[in-house]
Design a protein around this ligand. Structure first.
Ligand code: FES
Length: 131
């Protein structure tokens, strides 16, 4: 069941200690622009926007995923939002220049970032135990 034509998940995760994250890379103004552009395009009844936590591409944020196709957009700027709304959400044509198209590479990048995040957490825990 899909109550909306499109469901857009926008990562707004903040991370501590200067770690790369979508919040630090401008997710909030991109989210605001997305909501405004959807409203301007009169697509409110067709598009659901939901904020979410990290999707594992923290160094390339802001990131968003558009369903039902499962298009992963990275490095989205305020200027890009208008094209995503008009071309993808309005006309059904994903914006190729912003989309991650290699699922294997995407999964490998996310897995590597997960390994790095776990290692960093363990290092922080170890340093707190020592002090
Ligand atoms: S913080 Fe957004 S993908 Fe990790």
């Amino acid at each position: 069941m899909e109550p909306f034509k499109y469901h857009v998940f926008v990562c707004t995760q903040e991370k501590p200690d200067g770690a790369p994250c979508c919040a630090a890379r401008g997710a909030a103004p991109v989210l605001d622009a997305l909501r405004a552009e959807i409203r301007n395009a009169d697509l409110d009844d067709d598009v659901q926007v939901t904020t979410c936590g990290s999707i594992g591409l923290c160094e390339r944020g802001p990131n968003m995923i558009v369903y039902p196709e499962g298009v992963w957009y990275s490095g989205v700027t305020i200027e890009d939002v208008r094209q995503i709304v008009s071309d993808h959400l309005g006309s059904g044509k994903p914006v190729a220049r912003l989309a991650n198209t290699n699922a294997g590479a995407l999964k490998a990048e996310i897995s590597e970032n997960r390994r790095k995040a776990i290692a960093a957490m363990r290092a922080r825990a170890a340093s707190q135990t020592e002090s």
